[in-house]
Design a protein around this ligand. Sequence first.
Ligand code: SF4
Length: 256
Amino acid sequence: MMGNETTAFCSGHANSCAMVARLHELKQRPDRVVFCETGLEFDEVYDYLDKFERCLGIEIIREDASKERQELKFENWFNKPWCSGKHSGEIHGMPQQCGACWHHRNVKHKIYVKYNKISSQVYVGFTRDEIGRRMKKPNGKPSDFFVYPLIDWGWSADSSIWYLKNKLGLTHPLYESDIGFKRLGCSICPYQSGEALEIIYLKFPKIWEYMLSLEEKSPNNYFYQKSLRGMTFWSLDEMSNYLDRENTKQMKLETY
Ligand code: SF4
């Protein structure tokens, strides 16, 4: 049953936050803003959402699919046997193929479906570089139900980060140069880039250790074909190049 109210999904990452804030500024704010709890966000994301909500006066509905169904919590199904399907009885480890992530399916997708059913329109924070991800109607034309303001405004991920920082004074710490993510997902996402993994290794050692412990419990590698332990991006050469880059940045900051 379609409702009369519009919904924006806000992940607490730069793009969707910038989308919601700019819509608010343009007085085109959706009727509700929904955050899908994954339980695996960086602490900084939760802090940022609180600050964002407080500073802009926007209420964010925090939806957690695992509240009603505890079995959907990551810790409650990871390293446990599959209940059904062709993998029935096998231990559930890190996923071995790309596509819809199991975690996404368990915790986010259910909330998307719930709000899609009761909304007249849904706002999604894809940037101009993600134009190919837009939902289409069966005839191949863009869906009218999903709206992509960042794409309409021609914004990139950098535009979002810049806007939050320079226009709103709401700097998102995870994208700042001392951390430096370009994209964010769940902290332990097995689909993140080598660059993001390098940041986790260097700046979030507890998360790194946790990821290693997850690999230990997985029947296969952490990634499709690669082991987390086997990654070599922190070879001494690379580490030293990385530190040189960081030191040069720091010198520049101190000079200007
Ligand atoms: S960010 Fe990664 S782990 Fe999290 S839901 Fe998406 S694909 Fe899955």
